[in-house]
Design a protein around this ligand. Structure first.
Ligand code: BTN
Length: 236
């Protein structure tokens, strides 16, 4: 076990990995029920994003995975993670308005600066993978607008970001889902506006009116309100 810790998290830092999520998955079989482990890599050679996308991972940005067991639902874990990132950025600066694009993209000025990939191991351990663009972002050939914190004149080092983030994350683990959900909504991109959700090849539009008690997105259409539990809001 590493003797390096950030708060309650044992910390293993690598110069290079294929993917911190892959590494965390490989370590899950030996995880004990109360252990909380953080894996970071200074660069990744096969960083993975959601929906089979790749996550370009050059030196200088933040790439980490948290490995732990929790009785919380995947929806709760997603919201806690996204909210903790937003709270971290707000701690660093009061000049920017970070937002969460449901369910788990982090935006500043409508540009993606961070993403979350949550997986579960065979043993049912959570692996929360997070990538934050600290100094660079994939501008060319990107399917969405992306930026880095540096683009917004925020220069924070990786370790300081991690300390703030893990403190926020551990605090949020103790909050009720209602509190998390309300805080998530207070930072949500396009709340009360018309949005389009991508569900695989399908697209569905309506007004984003809130999130229900299960954490599903409520999309109001002319006749009825749809309850959406998968997909993602598309950039418009
Ligand atoms: C997304 O927005 O599609 C999710 C991106 C998640 C990227 C992070 S970087 C650290 C961890 N390791 C991976 O291979 N992916 C996640």
């Amino acid at each position: 076990m590493s003797d390096k810790k950030i708060g309650s998290w044992y910390w293993f830092d690598f110069a290079k990995l294929d993917s911190t999520n892959n590494y965390a998955l490989s370590q899950a079989p030996s995880l004990s029920s109360s252990q909380k482990i953080l894996y970071t890599a200074q660069m990744q050679t096969s960083g993975r994003g959601r929906r089979g996308r790749s996550w370009v991972s050059p030196l200088g940005n933040l790439y980490f995975s948290q490995l732990f067991f929790s009785s919380l639902s995947p929806v709760e874990i997603v919201y806690i993670t996204a909210l903790s990132i937003v709270q971290t950025i707000k701690k660093i600066t009061d000049k920017l308005v970070p937002q969460i694009k449901w369910p788990n993209d982090i935006l500043i000025n409508d540009c993606k600066i961070g993403g979350i990939l949550i997986e579960k191991s065979k043993e049912e351990a959570y692996i929360i993978g997070v990538g934050i663009n600290l100094i660079s972002s994939p501008k060319l050939h990107s399917i969405y607008p992306a930026a880095s914190l540096h683009d917004f004149e925020i220069d924070i080092n990786r370790d300081d970001f991690l300390k703030l983030y893990l403190t926020a994350f551990d605090d949020n683990l103790l909050q009720s889902f209602t509190a998390i959900k309300n805080n998530f909504l207070a930072n949500a991109y396009k709340l009360h506006q018309n949005i389009t959700i991508g569900l695989g090849d399908k697209k569905i539009s309506g007004q984003f009116i809130g999130i229900d008690e299960n954490g599903f997105l409520l999309l109001k259409q002319e006749e009825n309100t749809l309850i959406i539990n998968t997909g993602e809001i598309l950039f418009s």
